[in-house]
Design a binder for this molecule. Structure first.
Ligand code: Q9C
Ligand code: ZN
Length: 358
């Protein structure tokens, strides 16, 4: 399996996030990357792509603009310098959203664009758990570079690739950040795969609903979005991810949410995986993107499923049976000591099941 690394990931280091009523150290930390890298290196199924295979920044910007709005990208690119120029000392703090416009039915409006930085940050974010730092933009663009290269490799005939990156992406929507995410790598990958394949499926197996990815493709029938996740009635992102969200207009029938109760173990989770796999096959997917979060692990500090390290091997083998060229993107997983082994188990078993199938 080809692995594409975001070597800019270390530029994004959040200090604190608002979590359950207080500021706590960020869960989405650089060591997550290193634990995964170490696990992959200790096994022999990975080929690490060379940096020369990555697209340049101009090209990357163009691909990212197929997913995210120009206004959002302009905000994100300049947010750090805007923040620093606001007040002396800001360079030693993160910008953390704290105020948001409610939907227009409440009478709030952004028709006259706010000049205030906090007000603008609120327009482009949906939670207070996602600090914007000096290197967030660069790290997110580095992730997009790796994603584009990984998707191109699969478009050009590779059986599978893995994007080893952070910050993650699947909560980022067309014009907003949140859930530790800034650029939706899975959506970027699917968009590139669509240039080559008529029908692309996205099967999101992170603990949290992939709200950003769902929203990117909600009115399209050519990219089928599926997510297995904790029921949003109890779990983040709360306001999206219910089973009755089936898609809109042309996209009706091309979004599938499979919410599960908190406490689900592999027995319950794997039934949803079967439903998802059947849907991918019936759709006739020619390529697949798997936003791979391992915050479904029993030891995850912020989640609530009970998957075990060995279960991730079973998942990888099952995904391989879909017989689709596949791009995996690294998403959540916060039990840092276990994240590497859990990710490597999915990818290695996928890889071996693929080889043995010929
Ligand atoms: N104050 C991923 O797994 N937690 N993101 C709530 C709100 C957000 C997780 C914080 C969890 C986001 C990619
Ligand atoms: Zn997650």
């Amino acid at each position: 399996m080809q692995v594409f690394i975001n070597d800019q990931h270390h530029l994004h280091v959040g200090r604190q996030e608002m979590f359950r009523g207080r500021l706590v150290d960020c869960h989405e930390v650089p060591s997550r990357f290193h634990f995964v890298l170490d696990s992959l290196r200790s096994r022999s199924f990975c080929e690490f792509a060379k940096a020369e295979t990555l697209p340049n920044l101009d090209e990357t910007r163009g691909q990212v603009a197929r997913v995210h709005s120009a206004q959002y990208l302009a905000f994100l690119e300049h947010a750090w310098s805007d923040w620093v120029h606001l007040q002396a000392g800001n360079e030693d703090l993160d910008a953390l959203p704290s105020v948001w416009p409610l939907p227009n039915r409440f009478g709030f409006s952004t028709e006259i664009p706010p000049a205030n930085f906090a007000a603008r940050l609120g327009m482009y974010s949906f939670d207070s758990g996602t600090p914007l730092t000096s290197g967030s933009w660069s790290a997110a663009m580095g992730g997009a570079q790796a994603t584009i290269a990984a998707a191109r490799a699969v478009s050009n005939g590779s059986r599978s690739s893995f994007v080893l990156t952070r910050p993650p992406g699947h909560h980022a929507g067309p014009d907003y950040m949140g859930g530790y995410c800034f650029v939706n790598n899975a959506a970027v990958a699917a968009t590139i795969l669509r240039d080559r394949f008529a029908r692309v499926a996205i099967l999101d197996i992170d603990f949290h609903h992939g709200n950003g990815t769902q929203t990117c493709f909600y009115d399209r029938s050519d990219v089928f979005t599926i997510s297995i996740h904790a029921d949003p009635v109890h779990s983040y992102p709360f306001y999206l991810g219910h089973a009755n969200e089936r898609g809109h207009a042309n996209g009706l029938g091309f979004n599938l949410n499979l919410p599960l109760p908190i406490g689900s173990d592999y027995q319950g989770w794997s039934q949803a995986l079967e439903t998802a796999c059947t849907a991918v096959t019936e759709f006739g997917a020619q390529a697949l993107v798997v936003p791979l979060g391992v915050d479904t692990f029993e030891g995850d500090p912020i989640s609530g499923f009970r998957l075990k390290t060995s279960d991730y091997k079973t998942i990888g083998a099952r995904l391989a049976q879909l017989h689709c060229p596949t791009v995996f993107t690294f998403e959540g997983g916060y039990a840092v000591q276990a994240v590497g082994e859990n990710v490597a188990n999915v990818l290695e078993s996928f890889h071996h099941a693929t080889i043995h199938a010929g």
